[in-house]
Design a protein around this ligand. Structure first.
Ligand code: NAI
Ligand code: SF4
Length: 440
């Protein structure tokens, strides 16, 4: 199917089978299937050019980081020094841990060779001869699949020494994390890879200046790198025919919660929730939408008023949230907002690495207050206390985890203050589950 352009207002989002185009093929993960479906043709093409040409191509495509922050990938690659005084490293962040996010693991399971081909091309562009894929430890099935794909690629001459006779050498190591959310933060990931306890490092220096083993390093998300072979084959102009001017290209949206058919849906950046819901079969059992996240729990929630917000980096930010990981979690009106916010806050408290005081102490106090409110023991001062603690975490924490932890609370209170107030009414003695009904 030909890739399609961004949908217009009220027009259903067209599926753009680019990143997911091989997913439904039988044995889509095998090198044989991959090669039959244009696999490794981009690598041959890339090795015929120079590293500089590749960096310029990715810059021109406008590809932005798919891990959540949206930093321009080609610009990040260009920060790598041109000399090779120290070894250069490419590190793939496959520690997908943001609540609701399920795009990278399905990608690696269905089409691991697209990631491996992307790794070889990106390593060539950045003069790296060792690439690490850091996978969250719980995803053992994915680690096995990647290791099998690395072995296949090596046996076929796409990895190892003198790749396809080009003189370029690359090894890929698949590394299992140990289940800490913070190890998805790029510098904590590097610490973990070096064998230390994963905690964020001060930036700058950014990894391109001093990353893994203090050497020049680029950390990229799985979906970002898996997009690269398509850009090499299709060209930057083709890539820009999808998505929006500042957020070009296709994107895998992972949709979960109260929809008829949850799962991964590929659509151009800029697609709206209204359009995504059509792809996911609409709200489950026709129960109305109440709130949703555009990109995981770290992105401020939206409501039914935001159905037509274009889900690209600018559109989500313009409406008061962030695109994040495009993890669209959909909740119907049986769900209590304070209850959902409490569950997310418990997660952040548990995953706080403890390095800085605002996040370590703040998430502890936020959780305690929310648990008390949800149990029907809230006090009239609780909402202001929650907001005050959030104010002391936001922008004052060492890494993005602290900022993310306050998003569900501040946005939940912004849109559903009455529900929080009801839990603080000493006379009503309402508890959240009683307020909410069933949480299916
Ligand atoms: P960031 O904006 O600080 O950095 C993004 C990338 O750009 C990094 O690789 C960084 O090194 C690079 N960068 C930024 N400014 C730079 C500069 N001046 N010079 C050189 N390089 C620069 O964002 P961060 O903290 O890496 O990520 C936050 C995002 O992560 C959030 O938006 C959230 O959506 C997402 N996230 C994703 C998760 C997942 O499971 N994929 C989990 C949790 C959060
Ligand atoms: Fe650790 Fe939280 Fe501070 Fe990040 S914000 S360094 S996770 S304590």
């Amino acid at each position: 199917t030909e890739p399609t352009t961004a949908p217009g207002p009220n027009k259903p989002a067209p599926v753009t089978p680019v990143l997911t185009k091989r997913w439904l093929s039988p044995t889509s993960w095998s090198i044989k299937t991959y090669e039959q479906l244009e696999g490794y043709t981009a690598l041959r093409k890339a090795l015929g050019g120079t590293p500089e040409q590749l960096v310029e191509l990715v810059k021109a495509s406008g590809l932005r980081g798919r891990g959540g922050a949206g930093f321009p990938a080609g610009v990040k690659w260009s920060f790598m020094p041109p000399n090779e005084d120290k070894p250069h490293y490419l590190v793939i962040n496959a520690d997908e841990g943001e609540p609701g996010t399920c795009k990278d693991i399905p990608l690696m399971m269905a089409d691991p060779h697209s990631l491996i081909e992307g790794c070889v091309i990106a390593s060539y562009a950045m003069r790296s001869h060792h690439c690490f894929i850091y996978v969250r430890g719980e995803a053992l099935h994915c680690i096995r699949r990647l290791n099998a794909a690395v072995r296949e690629a090596k046996a076929a001459g796409y990895l190892g020494t003198n790749i396809l006779g080009s003189g370029f050498d690359l090894e890929i190591t698949v590394h299992a994390g140990a289940g800490a959310y913070i190890c998805g933060e790029e510098t904590a990931l590097l610490d973990s890879l070096e064998g230390r306890r994963g905690q964020p490092r001060l930036k700058p220096p950014f990894p391109a200046a001093a990353g893994l083993y203090a050497a020049p390093t680029t950390v990229n998300n799985v979906e970002t790198i898996a997009s690269v072979p398509f850009i090499v084959n299709g060209g930057s102009d083709w890539f820009r025919t999808m998505g929006t001017e500042k957020s070009p290209g296709p994107k895998i949206y992972s949709i979960s919660g109260h929809v008829t058919n949850p799962g991964q849906f590929e659509a151009p950046l800029g697609t709206t929730l209204r359009e995504l819901l059509e792809l996911a079969g609409g709200m489950k059992d026709g129960i109305p939408l109440k709130f949703w996240t555009p990109g995981g729990s770290s992105t401020p929630m939206f409501t039914a008023e935001h159905l037509d917000v274009p889900l690209d980096f600018e559109g989500a930010a313009g409406a008061g949230s962030m695109l994040g990981t495009t993890a669209v979690m959909v909740f119907n009106d049986t769900v209590s907002v304070p209850w959902a916010v409490m569950k997310w806050t418990q997660f952040y408290e548990h995953e706080s690495c403890g390095k800085c005081t605002p996040c370590r102490e703040g998430t502890y106090w936020l959780t305690g207050i929310l648990e008390r409110m949800v149990a029907g023991q809230g006090t009239p001062a609780d909402i202001e206390t929650l907001l005050d603690i959030c104010d002391n975490i936001l922008g004052r924490s060492f890494c993005a985890l602290g900022d993310g932890a306050v998003s569900p609370i501040t946005s939940g209170i912004k849109y559903f203050r009455d529900e929080f107030l009801a839990l603080c009414d000493q006379n009503a003695k309402t508890s959240a589950p009683a307020l909410a009904g069933a949480h299916s």
